[in-house]
Design a protein around this ligand. Sequence first.
Ligand code: FRU
Length: 485
Amino acid sequence: MSEKDQQLRAQAIEEIEKYKQKVEADPYRQSFHHMPPVGLLNDPNGFIQWKGIYHLFYQWMPFDTGHGAKFWGHYTSDDFVNWTHEKAALTPSEWFDKNGVYSGSAVSHEGLLYLFYTGNVKDEQGNRETYQCLAVSEDGIHFEKKGVVVHLPAGYTAHFRDPKVWKKSDHWYMVIGAQSENMEGKAVLFRSSNLYEWEFLGSITGSNEEQLGDFGYMWECPDVFELNGKDILVVSPQGLEEEGMNYANTYQSGYFAGTLDYDHPKFVHGPFRELDRGFEFYAPQTTLDEKGRRILVGWMGVPDQYEQAHPTIENQWVHCLTLPRELTWNGEQMLQKPVEELKEMRGPVLLHSSITIENDQKAIRGVEGKPVELNLEFDKVEDQFAIELFQHASLSYKEGILTLSRPHLEDKKKTEFRRVKLEDGLKNLHLFIDHSSIEVFVNDGKEVFTSRIFPQPEEERILFTSLGTTTFSIEQWKLNGFQFD
Ligand code: FRU
C-alpha cells in the first residue's frame, strides 16, 4: 500500500466518521439498497461471484456529493441479503488513476481476482488522459495495482473507459466504451491470452456504423454476454434525443441483441431497447454467477440529472444501486426479475385474492407503508387504473400506457412523468418500495421502472383507483431489508 493510498483511506474514514450520525439519521436512507457510507455513489463495478462470494464494487466519491476522484467501494455477500461493507478496494493513489479509479469489471483466473478499471487523469492544463489498468487480489479484499495494461489507440478521444472483461474459448476479451475523433459513441474490442497484454481489434458497433444512424457522442459502460444463444451488448449511450416515450432521461441505458463475430470483429444486431423506463437508472453491469444466472445491477441515478436536487444531499450522501435482477431471454427480448434470494427479506404474506374496484378510490386493508413488496395480478382492467403512493408518486394505466409520475425533483410545483406502451395490456405489477425508491417490474419483467421517490417519511398510505371496473389479486410482504455489517 503506497503512502498516498494510506492517506486517502484515512481521509475517507475520517469523512465517514464525521458525517455518520447525520447520514444514518436521514429518513431517506434505504433498507434494501446499497448506498455510500458518505458522499456520492455511482456505477456498480467489478460485479462477480468469486469463490462463492458475490463481490459488488461501486464508484464512490467520499469527500463530496458531486463527482470527482472516485474510489471503488466494496460490498460482499453470499446470499444477496446479508452484506458486509468491506474497506474501499481501490483509491486514486497513482499517477495513472490520480483523478479517479473509474468504472470497470472483475474476472477470476487461476485462483486470483482481477479488477480492470479506467484510470482517469487530468494533466496540468486540465486535459483528460485515460488508462485501462489492472489490480489483482489473492483474498478478494486487498488489491495490488499492476499498472496500465491498455493505452489509448489512434482515432479515439480520451473518453475511452469502463473495461468489461470476459472469456470466450481460449481468449480473454475486453470491451470499452469510447468516443471516436468524429465524436461518435463506440464499443471497441481488445483480445488477450494472459490478461496483461491486449491487442486492439477495433470497433464492434457504434454511432454511424452500418446498422445505426447517429446514436450518440459517447458510449459508457458496455457489457457483452451471451443469453440463450444471443449475444447481448448492454451500453449507456450519451447524446440520444428524446423520441416519443423513449430516451426521456438525460442519458439512457439499454441493449442490442445479435451476433458478435469475434474474428473480424463485428456485432450484427437489432434495434436498441431501453432497459428501464423510470427516472433513475444508468450504467448497469452484469455477471454470470455459479448457478448460471445472468444478473444485472444498475446505478439508481443518472449523471447530471438534477443530482443536486436530491434531498439527501443535505445529509451528505446521494444515490444507491438497484436491486440485483436476473436476466432471461423470451425469444424476443430480455426480461428482468429480482433475484429469488430477495424473498428471504419477506415477512408473512398478506393476500387479497379478488379485489374489484369500480369507479372509486380505495385503500386495501393492510396494504400500506414501506419497505414493502407488492404483487398485483390483473383479471380485468376495463378503463383506467392507478396506484397512488404516499400522496406523492403514482403509477397509472390508461389506453395501453403505463405512466409513473412524481413531483419534479427541482421544481416541486410541477409533476414529471415517464411512460411506456404495454403491447399486451396490463397483466401484472411487481413493486419493491423502499424508503426513497420504487422498482416496478411490469408484465413478468418485460418493462421496469426504477426511480427515487421522496415522500413525507411518515406517510404510509397506498391508494388504488379505478375508472370502470378493475379486478385483481394483491399480495403484500413487509420487508426486513438487507442486513449489513
Ligand atoms: C458512468 C461513468 C463512467 C465512468 C464513471 C466515473 O456513470 O461516467 O463512464 O467510468 O461514471 O465515475
